[in-house]
Design a protein around this ligand. Structure first.
Ligand code: PHE
Length: 452
């Protein structure tokens, strides 16, 4: 079978920015702040950071090394190392295939908010029914989803270096600048300092096991692990680029943006609500419903609101690009298809599969499972079920099928591998136990057996 020559990133920086582009997404800006608020602020932060530098580090090194060693994306990489275990690649590819369509839908919501703010519609966006009205208009959502998925497809069509890498190299610095600017604005609002304290100072009486599990699920999602993305990106990493250091930089980037997002949102909400934290506990609607009200109360809402939603849009786009790249490169590797045709096919496929989650809020709103809408179901099956399974299988594969030495050898081509011992302990023992705990707890929680 004839394969096109494999592309690579131009070097370490291109890789780090592209991988950070994948990692920094809705998870950092929308999910992290409300989880931190829900699970006790500073203490959640502490646990989260500890998990990132141990558990997250080990899995990311493993995935990048598998990709670089085999020169293959998620679907083929596992089979290349051990035929019998090639099925892990199938799970690792199904996950982004389910995530892509609903990520496009949420991306579409962000397009709508950005356009509304840019055209001066800040008061409308702060209205009580703006969000629900939007969800009830499937045609409008379809158009916005088309715009979002169209941009993603366009970038993937341009290829790894000219598309994925270039786009991230330009957008990520803009994203950081916007995040710093908005957080400075937010922490200097009257009464905001109490929010800063709540967010940063750990209060050990707020510690809970659920908080640890929540932090772990978030860490997976936020670092884009267990869905083939980091394997695909590893396969584009030049052999002479320091893999261990690069992973450290990606984590720093991702955690830094999550912290900035917390600093944008938590103090602003404290200031808005006069120190009442319950406004933060609103969960998913925090970003789409509460924040526009906060912006409205602050003045300058056209500017701050536009900047904020453009920031979210950039973050969501660079993530959705990585999801699509993981799918396209897997299919090209497996079937030897041309990148162009595969991209167009995947673009159309994910657009069409995005229609059910859109209709799930209007015409098909009766289609629910345990209170979950179609979009929630797609999110649940990937994040709470398939991703932990894929992560667990990856650990078992590395520790007990191919052996940790295979990863060591690959990492050591370009790095000293200072955290080798930590890596071994995490992959062999600690990570598998923790992953099983997340899997059980999230399934029990969703089925209503336990209530966190
Ligand atoms: N890591 C991204 C975030 O934090 C989420 C993501 C999910 C990215 C799935 C790619 C694929 O939002």
């Amino acid at each position: 079978m004839k394969h096109e020559k494999r592309s690579t990133f131009s070097g370490g920086l291109g890789f780090v920015l592209a991988a950070a582009g994948s990692a920094v997404g809705l998870g950092n800006i929308w999910r992290f702040p409300y989880l931190a608020a829900k699970y006790g602020g500073g203490i959640f932060l502490l646990v989260y950071i500890l998990l990132v530098v141990t558990f997250g580090f080990s899995l990311m090194v493993a995935e990048n090394a598998i990709g670089r060693k085999t020169g293959k994306s998620g679907l083929c990489a596992f089979g290349e190392l051990s035929k019998k275990w090639g099925f892990i690649g199938i799970i690792a590819t199904i996950i982004p295939m389910i995530i892509q369509p609903y990520y496009n839908v949420i991306g579409g919501w962000v397009v709508e908010y950005s356009m509304t703010y840019l055209t001066g519609g800040h008061s409308a966006a702060a209205g009580d029914t703006f969000f629900t009205d939007m969800l009830a208009s499937p045609l409008k959502l379809l158009v916005y989803q088309f715009i979002f998925s169209g941009i993603t497809t366009f970038v993937i069509l341009r290829g790894v270096q000219k598309g994925v890498e270039k786009f991230s190299t330009v957008l990520m610095p803009i994203l950081v600048a916007l995040a710093i600017f908005i957080s400075i604005y937010s922490v200097t609002l009257p009464g905001a300092i109490e929010g800063v304290k709540y967010f940063f100072i750990p209060n050990f009486s707020n510690f809970s096991l659920q908080g640890v599990l929540g932090a772990m699920g978030q860490m997976f999602y936020s670092l884009s692990l267990a869905m083939g993305i980091m394997i695909a990106y590893g396969s584009y990493l030049p052999k002479d680029s320091d893999l261990e250091k690069n992973v450290g930089r990606i984590e720093l980037f991702d955690t830094g943006i999550a912290l900035l997002a917390g600093l944008m949102i938590v103090p602003a909400v404290f200031s808005f609500s006069g120190g009442d934290q319950s406004a933060l506990g609103k969960g998913p609607s925090l970003m789409f419903v509460t924040l526009p009200k906060v912006f409205e109360s602050m003045g300058m809402s056209t500017i701050i609101g536009s900047m904020f939603f453009i920031l979210v849009l950039l973050a969501a786009l660079t993530s959705s690009i990585s999801i699509m790249e993981a799918i396209v490169s897997s299919l090209c590797d497996k079937f030897g298809w041309s990148r162009r045709k595969t991209t167009i096919g995947v673009g159309i496929g994910s657009f069409v599969l995005g229609i059910p989650p859109i209709l799930g809020y209007s015409v098909w709103d009766k289609v629910t499972l345990g209170g979950m809408t179609i979009l929630d179901m797609m999110d649940f099956i990937t994040n709470s079920v398939l991703m932990p399974i894929c992560a667990l299988l990856t650990c078992i594969f590395v520790a007990y099928v191919i052996g940790v030495n295979v990863i060591h050898d690959e990492v050591k081509i370009s790095s000293k591998f200072k955290r080798e011992k930590l890596f071994n302990i995490m992959i062999k023992y600690i990570a598998p136990v923790f992953i099983v705990a997340i899997l059980i707890s999230s399934v029990l929680e969703a089925t209503g057996v336990i209530k966190f």
